[in-house]
Ligand binder design. Structure first.
Ligand SMILES: CC(C)(COP(=O)(O)OP(=O)(O)OC[C@H]1O[C@@H](n2cnc3c(N)ncnc32)[C@H](O)[C@@H]1OP(=O)(O)O)[C@@H](O)C(=O)NCCC(=O)NCCS
Length: 225
């Protein structure tokens, strides 16, 4: 009896690519996200992410109770001590750098690479982090994100996410980006001065970063961060 109870409530964590998820698991993931965030748009999750996402699921027994999704995006950051061409000095302070971005608004991403002397970072971008309300505060989300960090270390150079709950992630080693933020588009940099809550997680292959420097990400059709 005790063994059965333990089995029923055991936490297991799995990961799978989007295309490997069957209909039942997809439905469960959507329900977890909608219930946790109260946003019906999560019903379109598998329209937005058709294939190639890496999903992490925490199960309580056979029930999916927590979820997170990783897709590959491309951050570009200033490396510590190699800002070059005055980039570091210009990058101190959001207001000052916003001016810098505005004056270089025609700059292409390639120009930023040249000025900053660094390349793009293969980024594990984390979305749709959610635990069913009934099971929040029981360690599912933390366990899921620790597993995510371990798996991400093999394939990605850094992890990133946007959140309004920084303290939860800080406890797990994530750091709030302090410097200015921008999107990279074909037309140049798009400053996002109102954006808050962008966090990064250093992975084994993450270079030394200046958290006060500029951080950019490729613009997507429906969003920047
Ligand atoms: C944020 C969220 C994903 C966390 O998932 P979770 O499963 O509740 O996470 P955990 O249980 O591991 O941790 C949550 C808190 O409970 C605490 N906790 C974990 N296990 C605990 C336990 N056994 N006893 C008491 N507290 C515990 C953690 O320390 C953590 O505290 P903190 O937020 O102050 O750091 C979940 O609360 C959620 O879905 N929220 C709504 C949607 C949302 O905000 N998503 C994230 C935005 S990016």
């Amino acid at each position: 009896m005790i063994g059965k109870i333990l089995f029923m409530t055991e936490m297991t964590i799995t990961s799978a690519l989007t295309e490997e998820l069957d209909a039942g698991v997809r439905e469960a993931i959507v329900e977890v996200c909608v219930a946790a965030h109260g946003e019906e748009d999560f019903r379109n999750l598998f329209t937005y992410v058709v294939a190639g996402g890496l999903h992490f699921m925490a199960y309580r027994g056979e029930e999916v109770v927590s979820h997170a999704l990783v897709t590959t995006r491309w951050l570009q950051a200033e490396l510590q001590g190699v800002g070059g061409a005055g980039m570091n000095s210009r990058a101190k302070g959001r207001k000052h750098v916003k001016t810098s971005l505005e004056t270089s608004s025609r700059a292409l991403p390639g120009d930023f690479v040249k000025v900053g002397k660094q390349g793009l970072l293969r980024t594990a971008y984390v979305d749709a982090v959610a635990t069913l309300p009934a099971y929040q505060g029981q360690g599912y989300g933390s366990a899921l994100l620790r597993r995510l960090a371990r798996e991400a270390a093999g394939e990605w150079e850094i992890a990133c996410l946007e959140t309004e709950r920084a303290s939860f992630y800080e406890r797990l080693g994530w750091e709030v980006w302090r410097g200015p933020l921008a999107g990279r588009s074909d037309g140049g940099l798009v400053p996002t001065p109102e954006q808050t809550g962008i966090m990064i997680l250093r992975l084994p292959r993450t270079p030394a970063l200046d958290l006060d420097g500029i951080l950019t990400i490729e613009c997507q059709p429906a969003r920047i961060w």
